[in-house]
Write a protein that binds this ligand. Structure first.
Ligand SMILES: [Zn+2]
Length: 69
């Protein structure tokens, strides 16, 4: 099991307790909550699941990969 499967299987959004999507965008690892339209940083393989550190995915550059949201 890799980190993507592990995080998606065992972690939930601290706001809505919904599923998170593990994504790598421009070398940055993040966990995305589609419900809240926010993402959480993953630093040194450790997800920072803090509501106050959530950032809006609207600010995120996602390039052509629009179907992830
Ligand atoms: Zn959420």
């Amino acid at each position: 099991m890799d980190i993507k499967e592990m995080t998606e299987e065992f972690l939930a959004c601290p706001k809505c307790l919904g599923n998170l999507l593990y994504k790598e965008i421009e070398g940055k690892k993040i966990l995305v909550c589609k419900n809240c339209r926010v993402y959480y940083a993953v630093e040194d393989e450790i997800p920072i699941l803090l509501i106050e550190d959530a950032k809006s995915i609207d600010e995120l550059y996602i390039g052509a990969d629009e179907n992830i949201f």
